[in-house]
Design a protein around this ligand. Structure first.
Ligand SMILES: Nc1ncnc2c1ncn2[C@@H]1O[C@H](COP(=O)(O)OP(=O)(O)OP(=O)(O)O)[C@@H](O)[C@H]1O
Length: 201
């Protein structure tokens, strides 16, 4: 992960003809984490998608060094497959081996659910499964959109441990959340600070 990096310079985002935010600078290197905060609809998910390369910045530049993995409200796991098989599918695409899936399932306390079809998992179990997919991917840059949604306190603590472990190995984490998350000393970006001038408080 020696060259891992994520750098946003002067990023602005227009959606539906409306300027959501502007002037975002973010320079993350190995071991760096950022928490993007703000109320519903302010543009957190849009920023995460810009970081992922799924949405173009209207102004500014985005540089990524290292593979990116993203989790958001979409589960991205085959509902008909048992959990283990669904995670193995993604791990193969990501070039990760079965040991990475073992470790990710253990990290999210999912081992006992390995043979349960994804469609039968509870809301929190699905969220843990989505996070296990991220962990198993081996990608150095984790983009987590509302990773705490649906998680109980124990699962939130597992998320915090997984993020801390990833950062300790030289990964990068950018998480967007409307709720506090147990992330290790993140850079905190309040989206209210990047509103267009006429909307700023
Ligand atoms: N495809 C789209 N076309 C036009 N406008 C969009 C599109 N997607 C999102 N928006 C608008 O962009 C704004 C920001 O949406 P975004 O999902 O980034 O906010 P958010 O801060 O993540 O919200 P939440 O906390 O509710 O998830 C919203 O006003 C939303 O309606």
């Amino acid at each position: 992960m020696s060259r891992t990096g994520l750098r946003l310079s002067g990023v602005a985002c227009v959606r539906g003809g409306r300027l959501l935010f502007r002037g975002i600078d973010l320079a993350m290197e190995a071991g760096g984490s950022a928490l993007v905060k703000g109320p519903n609809g302010i543009g957190k998910s849009s920023l995460i998608r810009i970081c992922a390369g799924l949405l173009r910045a209207s102004v500014g530049t985005v540089e990524r060094h290292g593979k990116v993995t993203l989790t958001d409200e979409r589960l991205a796991l085959d509902m008909e497959q048992p959990l283990r098989a669904a995670l193995d599918f993604w791990a193969r695409l990501d070039g990760a081996g079965p040991q990475a899936v073992d470790a990710a399932m253990a990290a999210m306390a999912l081992a006992s659910l390995a043979q349960v079809p994804v469609r039968m998992l509870s809301t929190g179990q699905r969220k843990r499964a989505a996070l296990a997919r991220v962990i198993a991917s081996g990608a150095p840059i984790w983009l987590l959109d509302e990773p705490g949604n649906g998680l109980d306190d124990v699962a939130l603590s597992l998320l915090g441990d997984a993020v801390a472990g990833h950062l300790a190995k030289g990964g990068i984490v950018v998480a967007a959340s409307h709720q506090p998350l147990p992330l290790v000393t993140p850079v905190v970006m309040a989206m209210q600070d990047y509103l267009p001038t006429e909307e700023a408080a």
